[in-house]
Design a protein around this ligand. Structure first.
Ligand SMILES: [Fe+2]
Ligand SMILES: [Fe+2]
Length: 256
């Protein structure tokens, strides 16, 4: 069994509001870390992807839990190199510059695969040829190990007008890849700033709430939805039958 916490869209910008919300989430997760296997952060950790913002968010998320990150469009405004240096700790000869940020983590109850759906400088997403080839090889190599796949951009429409135009482009290529890999139990996304669930390639597609804000549906009051909601997160349990179960939670205020 694998138990994951999943957050997204922290949008650390050097200001107090975003920072306080991330502190609240991080402190809560650290307190329950013994019950969790890892924290998946599905992108837009920062507002502009500057070194200062990336260093701030890395420090905020440094706790007892292993942290698995995929970049979001806001994190790679000027390219992937700062994200790689700060979030992955690449230095000197290890630096891979603009290469997509793809990673696989093998854990006791399954594997977490995170891949890079960003197109640096653009809001919308696309899986590059390099990432698609890496994903195919990686999933082939994992055999029957159940997999949770994380990426920033949602590959299916969420009926949310502010983000559907900047969803993942060419989602059929990912769907075709997944059809060859039935061990992928579900997909975790961010980008849309809404706790939402749908399906993609016959698998659950689970969107993390935006830590910084919630984007309103057309019939919701934008001011009340965006400003009034506390930060939230998802917990995903991948059981031994390969079924994913998800609970969404708002984060309690810190004690004291
Ligand atoms: Fe975002
Ligand atoms: Fe985004």
């Amino acid at each position: 069994m694998l138990t994951l916490a999943h957050i997204s869209d922290l949008h650390i910008d050097g200001g107090a509001r975003a920072r306080e919300r991330v502190e609240r989430v991080a402190a809560y997760l650290d307190g329950i870390a013994d019950a969790l296997d890892a924290l998946v952060v599905a992108g837009d950790l920062t507002e502009h992807g500057t070194v200062a913002q990336l260093e701030e968010v890395r420090a905020l998320l440094a706790g007892r839990l292993p942290v698995m990150v995929c970049p979001g469009n806001h994190d790679v405004v000027d390219g992937r190199a700062p994200f790689r240096r700060v979030m992955l700790g690449e230095t000197g000869p290890q630096e891979r510059g603009e290469a997509p940020v793809n990673a696989v983590y093998r854990l006791d109850g399954g594997a977490v695969v995170v891949c890079d759906s960003t197109v640096p400088g653009e809001g919308g997403g696309l899986l590059s040829e390099e990432t698609l080839a890496w994903l195919e090889d990686t999933l082939d190599g994992l055999g029957r190990t159940p997999v949770v796949l994380g990426l920033h951009h949602h590959p299916a429409p969420l009926h949310l007008p502010s983000v559907d135009p900047i969803a993942l482009q060419e989602p059929d290529r990912l769907a075709a890849l997944l059809s060859r890999h039935p061990q992928v139990a579900g997909l975790l996304c961010g980008h849309a700033h809404t706790p939402a669930a749908t399906s993609f390639a016959r698998r659950p597609l689970l969107v993390a709430p935006g830590t910084v804000s919630v984007l309103p549906l057309p019939w919701e009051d934008a001011h009340r939805v965006t400003e009034a909601q506390p930060p939230a997160m998802a917990f995903h349990i991948l059981d031994d039958q390969g079924r994913m179960t998800t609970h969404y939670r708002t984060v309690p205020p810190q004690e004291g």
